[in-house]
Design a protein around this ligand. Structure first.
Ligand code: GDP
Ligand code: NAG
Ligand code: MG
Length: 239
């Protein structure tokens, strides 16, 4: 591949079991494809000491490959991306979860598709082609499908997976989008893609399989769902 550099933002909160595995997989798949990259770990003072693990990983892979850019407290995902972006030196930014729900084997596919069409954004999708969700119970699947369907219906963003968070962005596009976005937490992903359409950015899609976390707790609860619904209606009214 060429000389482009890719910055991978990994937000973590209590991911000490998952972090070494996800980092190992990223390094394996990206080195195999000769991709130039850095991994930026944004840890929000995890009580399980995720940062100790991150420091060990820096010793193993080197401080040019793994960057730890922590924050003192749990300040939420939206601002974690902003923080990570401010430290990124890549031309492209890849955002993914650290809990092994997003498999790094898809990253070379994102990159290939971006290059082919010069897309501003490439989004992983669970709802097209070979994409899918594994390990969720019926309730969680229903919530996710429902949220996606409702958002599709109200906002018509021409993207099949609105609430997913496995995406590649041109760096400049991501910083413009982040500046335009108002929401935090779960709605953030949806707002990003809806605004991207409104701002006429081009979006490609790669089907991905999403696997529920084995270690640790998801942070999704009833409050998140209510928040999501509220914001959805707000975007419907304003974007
Ligand atoms: N830095 C940071 N990371 C977070 C925060 N909340 C969640 N994460 C990380 O963001 C990713 C997605 O969170 P997760 O709880 O798995 O969300 P879910 O898969 O939608 O249930 C994981 O890598 C988490 O460790 C936060 O407040 N700060
Ligand atoms: C996006 O494209 C549409 C259709 O070509 C155009 O009407 C609209 O003004 C464009 N929006 C922006 C923000 O450039
Ligand atoms: Mg998760």
């Amino acid at each position: 591949m060429g000389s482009e550099k890719y910055s991978i933002l990994l937000p973590t909160y209590n991911e000490r079991e998952n972090l070494p595995i996800i980092v190992w997989l990223i390094v394996k798949y990206l080195e195999e494809s000769k991709i130039n990259f850095e991994i930026i770990i944004i840890d929000d003072g995890s009580p399980d000491n995720t940062q100790e693990v991150a420091k060990e990983l820096i010793k193993i892979y080197g401080e040019d490959k793994i960057l730890l850019r922590p924050r003192a407290a749990k300040l939420g995902l939206g601002t974690a991306y902003i923080h990570g972006l401010s430290h990124a030196t890549g031309d492209f930014i890849i955002i993914m979860d650290a809990d092994l729900s997003h498999h790094p084997k898809f990253i070379p596919q994102f990159i290939e598709l971006q290059k082919k069409h010069n897309y501003d954004i490439v989004s992983g999708t669970r709802y097209k082609g070979d994409g899918g969700v594994y390990g969720w119970d019926f309730k969680r699947k229903l919530i996710s499908r429902g949220a996606n369907f409702l958002s599709q219906f109200l906002l018509r963003p021409k993207a099949s997976d609105l609430t997913g968070s496995f995406r590649l962005y041109k760096k400049e596009v991501l910083s413009q989008l982040i500046k335009a976005c108002e929401s935090k937490g779960y709605v953030f992903q949806m707002e990003m893609i809806v605004r991207a359409r409104a701002m006429n950015f081009t979006i490609g899609e790669v089907p991905i399989s999403f696997v529920d976390r084995l270690y640790g707790q998801s942070k999704m609860g009833a409050t998140e769902i209510i928040q999501f619904a509220k914001n959805l209606l707000y975007f419907f009214a304003t974007i």
